[in-house]
Design a protein around this ligand. Structure first.
Ligand code: R5P
Length: 298
């Protein structure tokens, strides 16, 4: 039988996101329940256990490793619509398929455009945190639904509060937007490196402006850690330059192939992430900013 929800807002977290409790508290939302499993042939069974008729539904799902999550997501959003939900929105604290934003080599799929077009059919709005916008100026270029982008910079700057004699370091030009924004709030000096990527796991990083002004401590800032090789090369280069105390704060910690262990072994003093992707390094809670963004969409 359906469970009846007292309020008008129901939050579903199909993969039990660690932010579910705090987000439901900030939103004053009931936490919805679903039953889902795989049939022996790999197909998905899904059943919604709440009465969502006339309710506003929010699906919380980080889109790390998106392929196996995509079909269950669209089954859930379409079922909520079929059951009479007034609206169905997606909170994707980490938004996947943002980095293949152009055809670098002839014949390649521009997956960011294709993914955005597909997702736009299945939800009414979307909230995400610091998507990797590099060649697209905004999500509106590829998403046809209303979207709100939450910036993690204020939360990261807050985490840096009280740290003196720290220099912020961005590994590459793409990180400059985040580093600049955080530095403008925290008032720390910063430098940006130059990165050459030769392959998925082959990265070269150089810093020019540091030799004459060696900081006691640096905090490397990036939007996402995937293979970890960008941060690893940063750490190695900074150590070569004589920096002893190196921490790293990133928005999204994906940590493919045990990249977190590799980074700790590289000599990082501290590895900190926002809670957009559940991981034991989550020290920076962005759920209240996400709740504010959700209210803008309802
Ligand atoms: C790319 O420019 C991003 O800002 C990150 O630096 C990059 O995606 C990190 O990837 P990885 O951890 O695989 O080096």
């Amino acid at each position: 039988m359906f469970q009846d929800s007292p309020g008008n807002l129901v939050l579903f977290a199909p993969t039990q996101h660690s932010m579910c409790y705090s987000l439901s508290q900030h939103l004053g939302a009931e936490v919805g329940e679903i039953e889902h499993r795989q049939f022996p042939d790999g197909e998905t069974y899904l059943r919604v256990l709440n009465n969502v008729k006339g309710k506003k539904c929010v699906i919380l799902l980080d889109l790390v490793n998106p392929n196996p999550k995509y079909l269950p997501l669209i089954f859930l959003s379409n079922t909520l619509r079929d059951l009479g939900a007034e609206s169905v929105g997606l909170v994707a604290p980490y938004l996947s398929y943002m980095r293949q934003d152009k055809r670098f080599n002839e014949g390649e799929a521009v997956s960011s455009r294709i993914f955005a077009k597909a997702l736009s059919h299945h939800v009414d709005w979307m909230v995400t945190v610091d998507p990797h916008l590099h060649r697209f100026a905004s999500l509106d270029e590829i998403y046809s639904i209303p979207t709100v982008v939450v910036q993690a910079a204020p939360a990261i700057a807050e985490w840096l509060k009280g740290e003196s004699e720290v220099m912020l370091v961005g590994p590459d030009a793409e990180s400059q937007q985040w580093v600049e924004q955080i530095a403008s709030i925290s008032e720390h000096p910063f430098i940006i490196g130059e990165k050459k990527r030769e392959g998925d796991r082959e990265v070269h990083i150089t810093f020019e402006a540091i030799e004459n002004n060696l900081p006691k401590k640096v905090v490397i800032i990036d939007d996402v850690i995937s293979s970890g090789h960008t941060i690893l090369q940063c750490v190695n280069e900074l150590k070569t330059l004589g920096v002893q105390n190196i921490s790293c704060a990133t928005v999204h910690g994906i940590f493919a192939e045990d990249a977190d262990s590799m980074l700790i072994l590289s000599g990082l003093t501290e590895l900190v992430t926002c809670n957009t992707v559940a991981h034991h390094s989550n020290r920076i809670d962005v759920s209240r900013f996400i709740a504010d963004a959700v209210y803008q969409c309802l």
